[in-house]
Write a protein that binds this ligand. Structure first.
Ligand code: FES
Length: 374
């Protein structure tokens, strides 16, 4: 700590006495120091700034703490003794190895947030990097907030340690923090910063990334993540299962009624072309139904009443008014659908039963079912 005192630089920080500083101000100060190549604030300095206390090097170097108005003589009986103690004996981390709780840890515990095991592991690693004494069992127990038997005993010891700390930086505050720990019977919880491990500001502030805590917010986040994963897998499984189901086309019925024979006059009636793809054709002695499909490659021809013929738009095949081909590539007449009179007297058409006249073969157009007598 003596080395740190020697490195103390105020930077952009307001001089002591000053109010408590929030994380943003501290982060900006850290960023400023990084830009200017100044030594960053230590964790102890950050805690002191947050608590509105003088930093250790301020206390030892300038003596401004002695003039701090925040230490009323009546506030604590230990205060005068603490203020009178020479600042040279101001180690904030002194008891880590002997089982007591150091003042630094007591300050963390007094802030009331419980540490996770990963946070403690990160702190141990940090101490290892900086050649600081590791956290002892009592400190770890206090940071974890576990109700150990030693906690009540350790708490008064902490209070005593804090009160005896020669650091003149608002000892009344430290004493009251330790007293709050003592009142609770055991330390409860601590976290360095709300943004630990997640915020650029925290990183700029030199605060350790200690990983997510096991609190309600993080538990809710985990539940949301698992719910999303479950929903994704469910959707994926349903899509996979759908692959095994048959691809079905729901086509219109192939058998249907088209009204009474009296409704159709001589010639071609196209009113069912769009719905059923048929034309109703009446001659002086017959009624038959032409299936509207070109016998070349399957296009739907157009009825040309002015020319009294069907004309295929695809390759130009022509059919007369009874669907018999006479021009173009069509090889044979268009097919005719099965027709019969239903029980109610209407014409019943079945396009699944077609009558054909294949090229060079006998015609089926005179078969029963291929026409109705007019
Ligand atoms: S499909 Fe009708 S002429 Fe080719």
């Amino acid at each position: 700590m003596a080395d740190e005192s020697a490195k103390g630089v105020l930077g952009h920080l307001p001089p002591w006495p000053r109010k408590e500083l929030n994380n943003s101000v501290i982060a900006m100060e850290q960023a400023y120091r990084q830009r200017k190549g100044l030594p960053p604030l230590s964790d102890a300095d950050i805690e002191a700034l947050k608590a509105g206390q003088p930093m250790s090097w301020e206390a030892g170097g300038s003596g401004a703490v002695s003039a701090a108005p925040a230490v009323p003589a009546a506030a604590s009986p230990a205060a005068p003794a603490a203020v009178a103690t020479p600042p040279a004996a101001a180690p904030t981390v002194t008891a880590s190895s002997n089982g007591n709780i150091s003042a630094e840890v007591a300050g963390w515990v007094a802030q009331g947030k419980k540490w996770s095991k990963s946070a403690i592991a990160a702190e141990q690693a940090r101490r290892g990097r900086k050649s600081l004494p590791p956290l002892n069992d009592a400190e770890i127990t206090a940071l974890l907030g576990e109700p150990a038997e030693a906690a009540p005993a350790a708490a008064p010891a902490t209070a005593a340690a804090v009160a005896a700390t020669p650091r003149p930086s608002a000892p009344a505050v430290l004493a009251s923090s330790a007293a709050s720990v003592a009142r609770s019977g055991a330390s409860t919880r601590y976290v360095g910063t709300p943004a630990v491990g997640t915020s650029k500001a925290a990183a700029a502030g030199g605060l350790a990334a200690i990983g997510p805590e096991d609190n309600e917010v993080n538990q809710a986040r985990r539940r949301m993540v698992w719910a999303s994963v479950g929903a994704f897998l469910t959707a994926w499984f349903l899509a996979f299962f759908r692959f095994f189901l048959p691809r079905t086309l729901f086509e219109p019925a192939t058998s249907f009624k088209i009204g009474y024979p009296e409704e159709y006059g001589l010639g071609v009636d196209t009113k069912w072309q769009q719905k059923f793809r048929i034309w109703v054709d009446r001659t002086p002695d017959r009624i038959f139904v032409i299936y509207a499909r070109c016998t070349h490659l399957g296009c739907t021809p157009d009825w040309k009443p002015s020319e009294n013929k069907f004309k295929c738009p695809c390759h130009g095949s022509g059919y007369d008014s009874e669907g018999v081909n006479f021009e173009g590539p069509a090889p044979r007449p268009m097919d005719r659908a099965h027709v019969e009179v239903a029980a109610d007297g209407q014409i019943l058409v079945d396009v699944s039963r077609l009558y054909q006249w294949p090229k060079g073969q006998p015609s089926q157009f005179n078969d029963d079912g291929a026409y109705l007598r007019a």
